[in-house]
Design a protein around this ligand. Structure first.
Ligand SMILES: C[C@@]1(CC(=O)O)C2=NC(=C\c3[nH]c(c(CCC(=O)O)c3CC(=O)O)Cc3[nH]c(c(CC(=O)O)c3CCC(=O)O)/C=C3\N/C(=C\2)[C@@H](CCC(=O)O)[C@]3(C)CC(=O)O)/[C@H]1CCC(=O)O
Ligand SMILES: NC(=O)c1ccc[n+]([C@@H]2O[C@H](COP(=O)([O-])OP(=O)(O)OC[C@H]3O[C@@H](n4cnc5c(N)ncnc54)[C@H](O)[C@@H]3O)[C@@H](O)[C@H]2O)c1
Length: 199
């Protein structure tokens, strides 16, 4: 499978089902500025809170085929195999669909992911072992301490400056490699000095 990052801003995302798994998937979608619609006769307490906060729109009934019209991304997460299969069947080929109880019917999988600012680490075992993905996420979460958040902001700012100010291709590449030195991650003063010197 082919890993990508998706921009969901303003996109309609439909989650069918309002149970534990749906709540987990919705939780990970919050903050993407997508238009999240949950279709389900019932909601967990957490999903109710999201609904009260205006983070999701709740359609309080069983799934109907037209619910996924205009959806960019669809997640079928009911506890009913037939309903999940119906959700998949009602999707068009260009729609992204994840069926929680059927990797075979899904055209994308969710990844175990965490971030430090602009650094996003996402792990997939392609369904072989979601628990291993979870364990690796925890291990890497410890390895990448909080310093990476600010470091990534620095790398972004420095790269933008280098792209604007340095026209010699060799020097540009040298500087882009140089800022990967650990001293820039560990030392704010080094970062400030570097940014001051690139004009
Ligand atoms: C990344 C994560 C994202 C998320 O959902 O957020 C995710 N599953 C997570 C956890 C988790 N899932 C399950 C357990 C119970 C233990 C177990 O069964 O092993 C746990 C552990 C827990 O909950 O602690 C059960 C399960 N999962 C799938 C099936 C269906 C099947 O295998 O047939 C069943 C059986 C359902 C049943 O028994 O009926 C299928 C998928 N789950 C995936 C992703 C995709 C492949 C990911 C990969 O392999 O890398 C894929 C293919 C599709 C998808 O759902 O996208 C999250 C990672 C942890 C994290 O990030 O903390
Ligand atoms: N992919 C994953 O990561 C993963 C992990 C664990 C379990 N699962 C699978 O996910 C599924 C859901 O599990 P759960 O624990 O959330 O179940 P659950 O019982 O907590 O929730 C099921 C939800 O589906 C809703 N629902 C039932 N029929 C519906 C219909 N016709 N239309 C709309 N909504 C309907 C119910 O109202 C309820 O809100 C199960 O098939 C389970 O095997 C997937």
């Amino acid at each position: 499978m082919y890993p990508v990052m998706l921009d969901l801003v303003g996109k309609k995302v439909v989650v069918v089902g309002g149970g534990r798994v749906a709540a987990h998937k919705v939780n990970k979608l919050l903050g993407q500025n997508a238009e999240i619609v949950v279709v389900s006769p019932t909601l967990t307490e957490t999903l109710h809170t999201y609904e009260q906060n205006g983070d999701i729109h709740w359609i309080q009934r069983s799934f109907e085929n037209a619910d996924i019209d205009d959806a960019f991304l669809v997640i079928a997460a009911t506890d009913d195999r037939q309903v999940n299969a119906q959700v998949k069947a009602s999707c068009q080929q260009h729609q992204l669909v994840n069926v929680a109880d059927s990797p075979e019917e899904s055209n994308f999988y969710n990844m175990a992911a965490f971030e430090r600012g602009k650094l996003k680490i996402a792990i997939s075992t392609e369904g072989a072992s979601p628990l291993l993905a979870k364990q690796l996420k925890r291990d890497l979460n410890e390895f990448f301490d909080d310093s990476y958040g600010e470091y990534l902001s620095f790398l972004f700012a420095a790269r933008e400056k280098i792209k604007l100010a340095v026209h010699d291709e060799q020097l540009k590449l040298f500087l882009l490699k140089e800022i990967l030195d650990d001293r820039f991650r560990k030392n704010e003063r080094e970062r400030e000095l570097f940014l001051l010197h690139i004009q």
